[in-house]
Write a protein that binds this ligand. Structure first.
Ligand code: AMP
Ligand code: MG
Length: 271
């Protein structure tokens, strides 16, 4: 079984998040040092893939990252997404919508940030916030957010039908691990900047968020755009698992070097 097979949410079946141990390491027997060593090789493969993708310029890859606060989205971008050449890769963070964004439908800002042909896009939060924080904090009526699962599936199917491969990762941390990471933010001066007191309000609603995540993963893990649940208490496993899945997807996308438009064999570069 590949990492993708182990961690993919089967379309239509609600994942039992409480049954996925956030400190588990499915599919990997090794220790942290071994995982870090293996990640180096995977990063090389991702870099090669990205160069071919860029050269071919026919397909796009969209990586969607979601997690509870302190779940490790930023760390994953630093450790894994950084394997891709920055020329050709765009990371977009989605925060509280601006006034202008609120004057549009919720997918407007999302669509504008999707990767073009040959490009890779990584979303640090995404349109899923519109069925997560928006649902839990009752920012729109239920009748409005309930329609969004189908809308999101239609949107993602549309992207997929237009050569954008989508991989969505839910970084699954435990409540205890979140407390430890928050405490670091409070006690270590170089982490203070990450502290946001609003995160405590969100922590109080842990169970509501887990329920909202369960619905989003169940309703929106499709063949065109699967969700993966990544046990993420151990950062080294998180990085390894996501990199393994991306390498698998890269193999399926298999971008090809384009054929030169003319015969290059007889060309001589003058002195
Ligand atoms: P951070 O990722 O720590 O920079 O925080 C971004 C904040 O923006 C989080 O609290 C998100 O819940 C919030 N956010 C992102 N998207 C939305 C949205 N569509 N509606 C409301 N809040 C959002
Ligand atoms: Mg934050």
């Amino acid at each position: 079984m590949t990492f993708a097979d182990l961690l993919r949410v089967a379309p239509g079946s609600p994942p039992d998040l409480s049954a996925v141990a956030p400190d588990s390491t499915p599919g990997f027997e090794g220790n942290k040092a071994e995982a870090r060593e293996r990640l180096k090789g995977l990063r090389g493969e991702l870099a090669d893939f990205q160069e071919r993708l860029w050269a071919e310029s026919e397909q796009s890859l969209l990586i969607v990252l979601q997690a509870m606060d302190a779940g490790g989205k930023d760390g994953l971008i630093r450790k894994v997404v950084s394997a891709f050449n920055p020329q050709g890769t765009r990371v977009t963070g989605f925060g509280v919508p601006t006034e202008e964004e609120l004057r549009h439908d919720y997918l407007w800002r999302i669509h504008a940030a999707t990767p073009g042909k040959g490009r890779i896009g990584a979303f640090n939060r995404s349109h899923y916030e519109d069925v997560l924080v928006v649902r839990v904090n009752e920012l729109v009526p239920e009748a409005v957010w309930r329609q969004r699962y189908d809308q999101i599936n239609a949107f993602e199917a549309h992207l997929a039908a237009n050569q954008t491969r989508i991989a969505k990762f839910y970084l699954h941390i435990s409540r205890d691990e979140q407390r430890r990471r928050f405490e670091k933010r409070l006690t270590k001066p170089d982490k203070h900047w990450k502290w946001s007191s609003g995160d405590l309000e969100t922590r109080k609603k842990w169970d509501e968020f887990q329920a909202a995540y369960t619905d989003a993963l169940a309703r929106c893990s499709t063949d065109a755009a699967p969700w993966f649940v990544i046990p993420a208490d151990r950062k080294w496993y998180r990085d390894l698992a996501v990199a393994e899945i991306l390498v698998e997807i890269a193999g399926q996308m298999s971008p090809q070097w384009p054929q030169p438009e003319e015969d290059l064999s007889g060309i001589v570069v003058p002195e």
